[in-house]
Design a protein. Structure first.
Length: 466
């Protein structure tokens, strides 16, 4: 039964949700910053314009000998001559107590008959203050003022006022904000579409992989086929290796079942014939054929167990403690032989990546062979290189000629028929080693006898269990 789909576990939904949140947050922050910057810039430009008009008003201010205040020349902005244009100026003569006498004595034509009502404010000479006041039609105005004390009549200060319609500031800001919202909205929409396309296109190989797995599951193909991106291809390759390995294991199991049936069939036929003929040698035949059948059953079971063990992830076994355990067993098993056994580099021995029973089977056969043939001495050492470990077993026995070294690895072949055994020990080791992808090599030993080099997969140092 397939598990129910959970939206929160969807990569597509996670990527799209995360991208959408990021896009919205980024655009909102960018819009807020841009709008604030433009508003600040517009306000500064608006104030600079008012101060420019105020400077002109101050520069053209003239007082004659009779104390009459007038402008030497009209201001340059034509809006000041057009009624209710939105730009205004006004000059209020004040006495020493800051009392208006009279209000709006001088003002721009744009004010027509309207007099600006300025808040009562104390302004030092040369300072500029800013206020909001009501203008013609009760429209809000942004106003700046300056107090001037003329040299001709310092006792009669003048208040110079320049004001402009506040809409001259707010309308450009509003238009910019509207354009900014539209632009950022289109940008956000484009980014969302791009994100959707990117997620759909980026995750398409996973959909292709899923369809390929369905093809494998339904038995239409034996492996995942097709070209995948570099990030997905290692997964596809590893999965194909698993499929191929499983196929090899299945084929091996079928072959082993056939071999086992064939191996047991002959002893059973011999026993059946002997029983039917009432052969007087039946007890001896039974013992011999049962021993033969037992050897062959053990051989095939060992291969089957090793084939299954290679598929178990995380299986590992320290080599050095197992070697010491097998040495103790061999010393009791061959108690009649007084051999000197040395184990070199035991502390640096690596960890075997596989089942303990299989390593015990392989090392047990190798050491048993060394105990049978050694004269006085056996040396055991270890080598480690990246992902592989090598166990070296040297003896000072008679050794083997180069042409005999390969043959003794075959099933049922013994180096010396006078020695007890079935000839299956090294053959079992050879088969187990092949299942683990390793190797076994027979060579001349520095001690004068035979050297056995057993190479097996090892656990990397950083992956070793404690």
């Amino acid at each position: 039964m397939k598990p129910a789909a959970v939206p929160g576990r969807s990569l597509r939904i996670r990527l799209l949700a995360g991208t959408l949140v990021w896009i919205v947050a980024t655009i909102a922050i960018a819009g807020w910053v841009l709008a604030g910057l433009f508003r600040q810039h517009a306000a500064e430009q608006f104030r600079v314009g008012l101060e420019s008009q105020l400077e002109q008003l101050t520069a053209n201010l003239t007082i004659d000998q009779t104390g009459k205040v007038y402008l030497a020349a009209p201001l340059s902005d034509p809006r000041l001559s057009r009624p209710n244009s939105g730009l205004y100026w006004q000059i209020d003569p004040l006495d020493s107590t800051q009392t208006v006498t009279p209000p709006g004595a001088l003002r721009s034509r744009s004010l027509w008959d309207y007099v600006l009502q300025v808040p009562d404010d104390t302004v030092a000479d040369g300072e500029i203050h800013q206020h909001q006041v009501a203008g013609p039609g009760a429209l809000p105005l942004e106003m700046i003022e300056r107090m001037v004390y003329p040299a001709e009549r310092p006792q009669q200060p003048l208040r110079l006022i320049v004001a402009a319609d506040a809409r001259l500031l707010t309308e450009p800001v509003d238009r910019f904000n509207g354009l900014l919202i539209w632009s950022l909205g289109m940008l956000g929409l484009g980014l969302v579409v791009a994100a959707v396309v990117q997620v759909v296109v980026g995750l398409r190989p996973l959909g292709d992989l899923r369809r390929a797995l369905v093809e494998v599951h339904e038995g239409r193909v034996q492996s995942i086929e097709g070209a995948f991106p570099l990030e997905v291809q290692p997964l596809v390759s590893d999965f194909n290796e698993v499929l191929a390995h499983n196929a090899r294991i299945l084929n091996h199991a079928r072959t082993q079942a056939g071999n086992l049936a064939h191996a047991v069939k002959t002893p059973l036929a011999i026993l059946a014939n002997a029983a039917a003929c009432r052969d007087p040698q039946l007890p001896r035949l039974v013992s011999e054929q049962i021993a033969l059948a037992q050897d062959r059953v053990d051989y095939h079971l060992a291969r089957s167990r090793a084939a299954a063990a290679t598929t178990v992830p995380g299986a590992n076994c320290p080599v050095a403690p197992l070697v010491q355990s097998i040495i103790h067993v061999m010393e009791r098993l061959h108690a009649d032989r007084n051999l000197a056994v040395t184990v070199s580099d035991a502390r640096s021995a690596p960890v075997f990546r596989g089942e303990r029973q299989d390593l015990q089977e392989m090392l047990g056969n190798l050491l048993d062979n060394a105990w049978k043939w050694a004269a006085t001495r056996i040396d055991i050492s270890f080598q480690y290189d990246a992902d592989w470990l090598t166990v070296l077993v040297d003896d000072d026995g008679p050794g083997l000629s180069p042409e005999r070294r390969e043959s003794v690895l075959a099933r049922g072949v013994r180096a010396d028929e006078r020695m007890p055994g079935s000839g299956l020990g090294l053959a079992i080791v050879s088969d187990l080693v092949q299942l683990y992808g390793g190797s076994i090599v027979l060579d001349a030993s520095p001690l004068g006898g035979l050297r056995l080099l057993l190479t097996l997969p090892a656990v990397r140092k950083r992956q070793r269990s404690h």
